[in-house]
Write a protein that binds this ligand. Structure first.
Ligand SMILES: C[S@@+](CC[C@H](N)C(=O)[O-])C[C@H]1O[C@@H](n2cnc3c(N)ncnc32)[C@H](O)[C@@H]1O
Length: 216
């Protein structure tokens, strides 16, 4: 059965919920990434958000960060209602550089024209796809990221013996990323990581026609 992602988003509105707390961490990391990511030759930065939901982790940060309005952002979200909410929010916030695409973020072609990006958001994705797809998506990140660009990701702790975020951290390291931050609150089951590409980026066109993941 597919999850009700509209319902899932409602937990954001419960003050103190795990999701509301996670949101604060993700937004804080994004603010830092926007400050520290190298800008492109024209001074702007670009961002790709995979499975963007209603965009609340990205849009308010772009609206209030000094460099946020110059960011060219592509948000890819499959659900038309959530994509519509993100589009409306971007409009309300006057974020002209935000392009919300209603599409399958598992297909790299949906956002490949926005790569290489200074920030890639992979929030609420890794816990919903197979281990093979997690590996494939991590392996694709050097082709989506600009040199020195950031990846911000989340993973739930789950109920397994081994915390699945450990494999994500190891995979990112293996693919040329340095860990900048990793938060695992003792009283919550979410984990938020921020990594930076320190290896040479890989040409984005390598991902043309590739499927990175499908929600399980
Ligand atoms: C766990 S939520 C995360 C939303 C957002 N990234 C956040 O952290 O608030 C997962 C989102 O992925 C979307 N989704 C599921 N499969 C997708 C796909 N193949 N392509 C794009 N979005 C997808 C769902 O509609 C849902 O909005």
């Amino acid at each position: 059965m597919t999850r009700d992602w509209l319902r899932w988003h409602e937990d954001y509105d419960t003050a103190g919920s795990s999701l509301a707390r996670r949101l604060e961490v993700v937004r804080r990391h994004l603010g830092r990434a926007l400050t520290e990511a190298p800008a492109g030759p024209d001074g702007s930065r670009s961002l790709i958000s995979l499975c963007a939901g209603d965009g609340r982790d990205v849009l308010p940060v772009l609206a209030r960060h000094a460099a946020g309005r110059q960011v060219r952002a592509v948000l890819a979200e499959l659900d038309p209602e959530l994509a519509g909410r993100a589009r409306s929010a971007a409009g309300r916030l006057g974020l002209a550089g935000v392009d919300v695409r209603t599409g399958d973020a598992g297909l790299a072609d949906v956002y490949l024209d926005a790569a290489p990006a200074h920030v890639v958001m992979v929030c609420g994705v890794f816990g919903n796809i197979s281990r093979e797809d997690v590996s494939r998506t991590i392996a694709a990140l050097p082709a989506l990221s600009a040199a020195g660009g950031f990846v911000i990701w989340t993973r739930g702790r789950g109920t397994q013996d081994t915390d699945p975020s450990m494999a994500i951290r190891a995979g990112l390291r293996e693919h040329g990323f340095a860990e900048i931050a990793f938060e695992e609150p003792a009283d919550a089951r979410f984990r938020v990581g921020m990594h930076r590409l320190i290896a040479a980026p890989v040409p984005a066109r390598r991902l043309s026609g590739e499927r990175l993941f499908a929600f399980a």
